[in-house]
Design a protein around this ligand. Structure first.
Ligand SMILES: *[C@@H]1O[C@H](CO)[C@@H](O)[C@H](O)[C@H]1NC(C)=O
Ligand SMILES: *[C@@H]1O[C@H](CO)[C@@H](O)[C@H](O)[C@H]1NC(C)=O
Ligand SMILES: *[C@@H]1O[C@H](CO)[C@@H](O)[C@H](O)[C@H]1NC(C)=O
Ligand SMILES: *[C@@H]1O[C@H](CO)[C@@H](O)[C@H](O)[C@H]1NC(C)=O
Ligand SMILES: [Zn+2]
Length: 963
């Protein structure tokens, strides 16, 4: 799945708190979210209430296993589906009907047919759920009985004799299913054109929902060819993975409908299927272009040109990947469609990619540069899957990390090729590496790779769609690509794709092909095989802290834990040691790289004298943190404070981020970390400010309800004032937009931090923009990049009149990204009853789409006034949330994380533990891990606040005076 697949919650929250980084927030949201979606979809326990993640003892009946037996293998499916876009008058339900015939081959003789089927109402034929025929003269045994196993989601058919090895049979079934608004399987999305409600029938099959659309062998390795036909109302258009053939009008059961058939798919996995029936319009690439690309969306969105950016970038990105993978695009067309309701950010269905509107549609008047970046990133991620994931597929879900990590890593390369002026590839450090390190430094983290036998049940599969999968995997793949060099990496990739096309793999297959590429390249000097090196990064959780002693010239590694007192109860065969590539700089000059292969080593060039300093992990290409002896830290600080440009931008960000995290772990003092931010008065670049903003965001979370807040605000104000003045000057008093993409982000941050810290003139600026808009609602004068921040500041400063104005604009918004900005801004008010009312709206899908409910609640919790309200609200409504929103619309993990982030007192810890106890009967489903992490984080926060509060208060007080 796409980001939307991965949103960055951390950013989002810091954004609300500091009213900063708002744009980045959104971006992050979409992506992370994407992943989270998947999670959401399986929050319901499948076994009637007990924890879905407990592995049962090995059952004796094959239908009680969650995995299919290996006796049958599908060859092709012939599927006809007919979604009804109007509710049934008698029941009020939306339904679809269908027929499916699957041809399968018998691999091992058996008298049982076990096939996935979930929530389908199968029509009985002669008392049985399906009909069996033999092909090419095979004689089918008679069906003795058939039944459904809802827990394991199977249809089971008992035969009176054996199916013959090597023979093919066809199983036919006829069924009805609900076209629910649950964002999973074949589901419905709704939107309004004027007062008319429009219904779209669409799908989300990953990971295990194809079985909700038709009976199928629903495992990724059971690939087959799919022949699809859709019946749909006149005036609608039907799309699927294959190219649509000319529609014909037919009468079925006395109803006039259109029938659209599709070209057969290549051999592929069930989770990549997609079907959509809508009244959407499209734009396409010109005749004669290399690829047939079509962008589909609501008619109004297409008419307004919202699909143009996606259309413009898709071709170049496809071309980039074709070259990069050295493999032609495997399909005759690429459809991409923007859906009003979509759980994840996007989904890489082969040939028909589905998106949230915000991940595909761009409006050149109201969308920001962050919106554009998000679109380019998500498109790139999904297109990367067309080869890696779709053409070659993981054998089982335990290797999801490779599929998603890979797509995420190369999405940076693809987006960079589409927008070369953005300096986009380096941003992976901000958006993935540092983001996931905060999770991966907890004792409750987990390794990237999971054993196949540990992932069985749907909830276990869903739980894999987390930030370790989406962000750590690209971080370690990037490190691998850096030490192999990109041409070697790409070469291994290309032979891997060629060898396994239309098939399935395990991650070791990729290592093997990369090793072959490495072996044929002289001069790489790897210290061990790729498998040896990489196993340490994927089979053990966490990452090393590399410590340098420049007096002795020694280098040491230790497992880095944010809480040094936490116990790691997960053993590792590698004893938490890694083989670490070391790239480094001495006093501004790049040095010869080397490898750290043992716990501790001496590398004499690291020894320094005079004012020389050492900086390890150039461009943060390695997935680790770095500490130094205090003398070297002081020299680095001196360099920052005298001429910071000598240190590369990305490493300036690194110094800040490493120092703050080391301080959290009590490896360096908190004041040392704070001192890395002193030079920011001179800093104008995006990345250092971004890391400082995020790290200070933690201080705000911990202290914005205490007396530390005042001096902290004063310090921030002092530091950000030069940045604010700089952008005021270079933008002609905010009348122009900075040229550079990252400068545009910095401009937004300058305003958000300046306003939240009380820089004179800032709130007046945002409020005057907002007031001007209130005077002319039809013409919004606020620059698109600044809107999210301006909305937030103006609503924080305003009352019910401003809030209601923004709410009306939210409801009327026809551009999804504009609606998102308003949704965020509405959470910024300081008026408790408005926040309370907004929380209530979250459970009213007529007001806030289910797909947005989690975000909204998390945004509200990010506001210091909203925090306790959101916590009370979620506690009071947990049962309802869990049962009514469990089908895929709420990311419970994200929600728990969002509402508990500020927890830092014994009282809050007790409340959290009571909440867990009180709801043990309802359960936490896919949020179970998030709940554990929330407890661990709260305990760490309590300790941190107790140990640091006095020092922090004093430091901010001493350093907030302007000289
Ligand atoms: C199908 O019927 C509709 C409604 O009568 C008509 O508008 C459309 O042109 C017909 N399509 C074909 C392919 O005949
Ligand atoms: C925005 O798009 C519209 C329609 O495609 C176009 O007419 C207009 O010139 C564009 N405006 C800008 C500022 O690019
Ligand atoms: C961005 O890329 C350009 C051209 O590749 C380069 O000159 C510039 O220094 C880069 N900026 C940053 C902040 O890395
Ligand atoms: C910038 O604009 C504001 C509001 O229009 C005005 O009060 C201020 O004087 C302007 N500053 C400069 C330097 O032009
Ligand atoms: Zn993906």
């Amino acid at each position: 799945m796409g980001r939307g697949f991965f949103i960055n919650k951390t950013l989002a929250i810091a954004g609300v708190i500091l009213a900063a980084g708002a744009l980045a927030t959104i971006i992050a949201l979409s992506v992370v979210y994407s992943q989270a979606k998947a999670k959401n979809q399986e929050v319901q326990p499948t076994n009637g209430g007990t924890s879905p993640t407990t592995t049962p003892s090995t059952p004796t009946n094959p239908w009680d296993h969650y995995r299919l037996p290996d006796s049958l293998s599908p060859v092709s499916y012939n599927i006809t589906l007919w979604p009804r876009l109007e509710a049934n008058v008698a029941t009020g339900l939306y339904v679809f009907t269908g027929q499916s015939a699957v041809v399968f081959e018998c691999r091992k003789s058996t008298d049982l047919i076990i096939i996935h089927s979930n929530k389908l109402n199968l029509t009985l034929v002669n008392g049985h759920h399906a009909r069996l025929t033999g092909l090419d003269g095979a004689v089918p045994p008679a069906i003795i009985k058939s039944w459904l196993q809802p827990v394991t989601q199977f249809l089971v058919i008992q035969l009176d004799g054996e199916l013959q090895t090597g023979k093919q049979y066809e199983l036919y079934s006829d069924f009805t299913g609900e076209l629910a608004d649950d964002l999973g399987g074949f589901y419905r999305s709704e939107y309004f054109v004027g007062a008319t409600k429009k219904v779209v029938a669409t799908t989300q099959m990953q990971p295990v929902h194809a079985r909700k659309a038709f009976p199928c062998f629903d495992e990724p390795a059971l690939k087959a060819v799919f022949h699809v036909t859709l019946l749909h109302p006149h005036g609608t258009v039907a799309l699927a993975n294959g190219m649509n053939l000319a529609p014909v009008n037919v009468t079925v059961n006395g109803q006039d409908v259109t029938r659209t058939s599709f070209e057969a798919t290549p051999i592929m996995s069930t989770y990549l299927l997609a079907f959509v029936v809508s009244e959407f319009d499209f734009i396409r690439s010109p005749e004669g272009e290399k690829y047939l690309i079509r962008i589909w969306a609501r008619k109004q969105a297409i008419a307004e040109g919202q699909g143009n950016y996606a259309l413009e970038k898709t071709g170049p990105i496809l071309e980039f990947f074709e070259k990069y993978y050295d493999t032609v695009y495997p399909l005759p067309k690429s459809d991409q469609i923007a859906l009003p309701d979509f759980g994840a950010g996007a989904m890489e269905n082969w040939g028909l990619i589905t998106y949230r509107e915000t991940a595909l549609l761009f409006n050149n008047e109201s969308s920001s540069n962050a919106d554009k970046e998000w679109i380019a990133t998500v498109i790139s991620h999904e297109l990367a899957h067309m080869w890696f994931g779709n053409l070659v597929t993981m054998r089982w879900w335990n290797d999801l990390w490779l599929n998603e990590g890979f797509a995420t890593y190369v999405s940076y390369l693809g987006a960079n090729s589409a927008e070369p002026s953005w300096n986009y590839t380096d941003l992976i450090v901000m958006k993935e590496v540092y983001k996931v390190m905060s999770v991966d430094a907890l004792a409750s983290s987990h390794p990237l790779s999971t054993r196949e036998q540990d992932i069985m049940q749907p909830a276990q599969i869903s739980e894999l769609f987390d930030s370790i999968t989406y962000s750590k995997a690209p971080a370690v793949l990037r490190m691998l690509s850096e030490f192999l060099t990109e041409p070697v990496f790409a070469k291994g990739l290309s032979t891997y794709l060629d060898t396994f096309k239309y098939g399935n793999t395990v991650y070791q297959d990729l290592w093997k092909h990369l090793q072959m590429a490495a072996d044929s390249t002289p001069g790489l000097n790897l210290p061990a095989s790729i498998e040896d090196i990489m196993n340490r990064w994927i089979l053990q959780m966490g990452f090393p802290l590399v410590s340098i002693d420049t007096a002795k010239g020694t280098i040491t590694q230790n497992h880095f834990l944010l809480d040094p007192n936490s116990t790691v109860d997960r053993p590792s065969e590698f004893r938490y040691e890694w083989i670490v590539p070391i790239k480094w700089i001495k006093s501004g000059t790049e040095q010869t790289p080397f490898w750290l292969q043992t716990k501790t080593d001496t590398h004499l060039p690291l020894k320094t004298s005079g004012s020389d300093w050492v900086l390890v992990n150039t461009k943060v290409s390695g997935y680790f943190r770095v500490n130094y002896d205090l003398v070297n830290w002081e020299r680095l600080l001196t360099q920052l404070n005298t001429s910071h440009e000598v240190i590369p931008v990305i490493n300036r960000a690194q110094i800040i981020d490493d120092a703050f995290n080391l301080a959290r772990a009590k490896t360096v003092s908190t004041t040392l970390a704070l001192r890395t931010t002193l030079y920011l008065q001179e800093e104008r670049e995006y990345m250092p400010w971004e890391t400082a903003d995020r790290n200070l965001g933690y201080f705000f979370l911990m202290f914005d309800r205490s007396e530390v807040f005042g001096p902290m605000q004063a310090y921030l104000k002092k530091q950000v004032t030069p940045l604010f003045n700089h952008f005021e000057m270079i933008t002609g008093n905010w009348t122009t937009i900075p040229e550079n993409h990252l400068d545009q982000y910095s401009q937004v941050r300058a305003i958000s931090l300046a306003c939240s810290s009380g820089v004179p003139g800032c709130d007046a600026l945002t409020t005057s923009w907002f007031q001007a808009w209130m005077k002319t609602p039809e013409k919004n004068p606020i620059p698109a990049n600044l809107r999210q921040t301006v909305y937030c500041r103006a609503l924080a400063a305003g009352g019910v009149v401003e809030w209601d104005f923004a709410w009306t604009r939210y409801q009327e918004a026809t551009v999804a990204s504009e609606a998102d900005k308003l949704m965020y801004g509405l959470a910024c008010t300081k008026v408790p009853w408005l926040l309370k009312r907004y929380l209530n709206y979250c459970l009213d899908p007529e007001r806030i789409r289910k797909q947005d409910a989690t975000f909204t609640m998390v945004y509200i919790a990010g506001n210091v006034v909203g925090q306790p309200l959101a916590w009370d609200f979620v506690r009071a409504n947990w049962n309802h949330l869990f049962n009514d929103y469990g089908g895929g619309s709420i990311s419970f993990g994200r929600l728990i994380e969002g509402i508990t982030r500020r927890f830092s007192s014994e009282f809050e810890l007790n409340e959290l533990q009571k909440f867990i106890k009180d709801n043990s009967d309802v359960g936490f489903g896919s949020a179970s891990q998030a709940v554990d992490q929330a407890v661990e984080r709260t305990k760490a926060n309590i300790k941190w606040v107790a140990e640091n509060k006095d020092d922090v208060f004093k430091w901010f007080s001493d350093n907030s005076q302007t000289i």
